[in-house]
Design a protein around this ligand. Structure first.
Ligand code: 4AD
Ligand code: MG
Length: 454
């Protein structure tokens, strides 16, 4: 049986015999009795198995090392005074496989850096069990949120012929060594997708509400704790809505997934709170229950200027309309000023992508980033430019390849009202909800500059 079920129903099994398989976490031999602590991966909790020298299989089991696999047959003894609610009095133990002595994950504290070098084993630790079970639940909760509201799940292509964000951060896909893309597999330059948005937008025109949830690739050389070269992004796109409605959807999505894990993964959250972020559950409760702040980019600039005047020192202290906010600025706004999730809207058009709707002021676009304490940017979104002429002009001004994006721009000609959407960085969400401080610890096998292990 799964240990998860045993932990849920141990009282029902009191004084009964049960069978299960598990991996040895620790093994302690005493004079009269010995203790095997086992885990089968289905539960964060370990089960303690007590055995004496009379137990069937004693000769082999007495030498079981950490990480060996054991089959247990024994009686459930409810133990009200101990930290664990029950233990197993073994009747028969089978050493199914003996691990080597040099197993790298012996029972002691390991640094996150060391654990990244053994990313194929680290998921066996309780910290990573908590993070990755939460990650799995969060993915499910995302799907649940959108599916329950009649969104269609779309898989955008991974190989594309355009760099959607126009930031030139795409990885090239080629079968050639010589860079002659005309002779290449697709007869032109191809790259890995930096965003599924543009393809998603065309599907929103067919289904009204869609979302993508897929791998995303960016060759940005920013070696930070929040950037990965391969990450997962959720990109909803909704026809006929404006920026204000976009904010509402983002806010209710974030609250929904927090609520979901608080109801379904409290053990994991408690473990994360103890080991990764003090006060995590209180933070999440507040976020779930509070209204998110909204402020304009211009207000942010004014606030930052005042901070600088009052002596606050940013690495980039040159703050004026047009400054691309760095994570130090974003953090100051949501951590010091608003102390919670904050939407920043209406950014200068020159620091945002070509497809964002231009506001009437002629200098800003209808963008909506959500920034959160500890992380910075969690969501980036916008209302899309719906005016064909304006869009083409913007493409030209920004040097975007119009031929390549013909299909996308032309959507505006075939009956197009409003459209808005956003991109949620899934790893950033997992960081925010688990309290993990490095993106390398919330994705199974991280890919970052100069790092392609496994
Ligand atoms: O702000 P970004 O670049 O927005 C887009 O890609 C739009 N196409 C979204 C849309 O409107 N459909 O990226 C969206 C989010 C960021 O807010 C961040 O959370 C995450 O993706 N992100 C990254 N996460 C990890 N590593 C990276 N290198 C990331 N780059 C962006
Ligand atoms: Mg962004």
């Amino acid at each position: 049986m799964d240990l998860k079920d045993l932990f849920l129903n141990y009282q029902k099994h009191e004084s009964q015999n049960v069978t299960f398989l598990g991996r040895v976490r620790s093994h302690r031999q005493g004079k009269a009795v010995s203790f095997l602590v086992l885990n089968d991966g289905t539960s964060l909790n370990d089960v303690q198995v007590v055995y004496k020298s009379e137990v069937e299989g004693f000769d082999k089991i007495k030498d079981a090392r950490v990480s060996s696999i054991v089959e247990v047959y024994g009686e459930v003894i409810v133990t009200p005074r101990k930290p664990q609610p029950f233990e197993i009095q073994a009747k028969k133990l089978v050493l199914l496989d003996q691990a080597v002595e040099e197993y790298p994950l012996q029972k002691k504290e390991h640094s996150p850096e060391f654990l990244r070098e053994i990313a194929h084993l680290r998921a066996r630790t309780k910290t990573f069990q908590s993070i990755f079970r939460l990650r799995s639940s969060l993915a499910y909760a995302i799907h649940k949120f959108f599916q329950e509201q009649n969104y269609v799940y779309v898989n955008a292509p991974i190989i594309t012929g355009n760099d959607a964000e126009g930031a030139g951060e795409a990885f090239v896909v080629t079968t050639r060594e010589d860079g002659n893309y005309e002779e290449d597999f697709f007869g032109k330059k191809a790259s890995l997708s930096v965003s599924g948005q543009l393809h998603g937008e065309s599907y929103a025109q067919a289904f009204n509400k869609i979302y993508t949830f897929g791998p995303t690739f960016r060759a940005e050389d920013s070696n930070t704790s929040r950037h990965a070269a391969e990450f997962w992004m959720i990109e909803p796109e909704i026809a006929f809505i404006d920026l204000q409605k976009n904010l509402e959807i983002i806010e209710s999505m974030v609250k929904f997934v927090i609520n979901y894990v608080m109801e379904n993964n409290l053990d994991e959250l408690k473990f994360c709170e103890k080991n990764l972020e003090f006060g995590l559950i209180e933070k999440l409760t507040k976020v779930r229950d509070a209204k998110f702040q909204v402020c304009t980019y211009e207000e942010v600039i004014n606030t930052l200027k005042i901070a600088v005047d009052e002596g606050h020192v940013f690495e980039n202290n040159d703050i004026k309309f047009g400054t691309d906010l760095g994570s130090e600025h974003e953090k100051y706004i949501c951590e010091v000023v608003y102390k919670g999730p904050t939407f920043i809207i209406n950014y200068p058009k020159d620091i945002k992508a070509f497809y964002m709707k231009q506001n009437d002021d002629n200098k800003t676009v209808a963008a909506s980033d959500l920034i959160v304490p500890g992380i910075g940017e969690l969501v980036g979104g916008s209302q899309r430019e719906d005016d064909f002429e304006k869009l083409i002009r913007r493409c030209k001004d920004m040097g975007v390849n119009i031929e390549e994006l013909d299909w996308y721009n032309n959507l505006r000609k075939y009956g197009y009202y409003k459209s808005a959407g956003f991109g949620l960085g899934f790893e950033r969400l997992v960081m925010y909800i688990t309290g993990a401080s490095n993106i390398r610890d919330v994705i199974s096998f991280p890919r970052t500059p100069n790092n392609l292990l496994f």
